[in-house]
Design a protein around this ligand. Sequence first.
Ligand code: 6PG
Length: 222
Amino acid sequence: MNRVLADEIAKRLKQAVDKHGRASIAVSGGTTPISLYDQLSDAAVPWEHVWIVPSDERWVPTDSEASNEHMIHTHLLKNRAARAHFVSLKSEDESLTEEALQDIEGGLEKVPLPFDVVILGMGSDMHTASLFPNAQGVDRALDLTNQAHVASVYAPGAEGSSSRITLTLSALLASRFIVLLIQGDKKATALRKALATESAMVAPISGILRQGSVQVEVFWAP
Ligand code: 6PG
């Protein structure tokens, strides 16, 4: 599955560079995409014209094992993909203040949008990126009239860090192709539940699944 997916993503990035001179991809953190990133890192893509942005980040130092940036550096920004441009969603600030958020928003101006590819994961609680059900700040992050690309979310108990920064739903939907990559029975059950749930506050992934403007493909393995 990861080989097929890596080929599809590489093809789309190559086509985007041929057509527009540049390409961009938003990539999820977590553990599920590790093997995909290892394979994608060696794909024959003109990576020097590709911008890579995490879909979300845990507010921890970037050399911490819990950091999504750390995982992306270890598994994707190597081999041929080491030449890509990486835009971090983490600053040196101790906490995720409004000022830090604005700085990161400014840093995203250089990313060519819409994203050619967005890779998302999902938790069994139906969160995606750092859009956690009923979390503090998630209403703003899900609000499609909010044109900001990033938002801060506080989700007590979330893996790695409760303090999160995430691409907003409108930024994630400013894309040409979205991949939802999930594994295991629990996530298949969560996906079915999300497809039947209208409220994105309850099932944030439904904001991605229940829309008519961007092609979404779900890749699932047992
Ligand atoms: C994060 C994520 C998050 C992740 C899911 C799935 O920082 O936690 O980016 O949205 O994709 O939680 O995580 P796993 O792949 O580890 O199950």
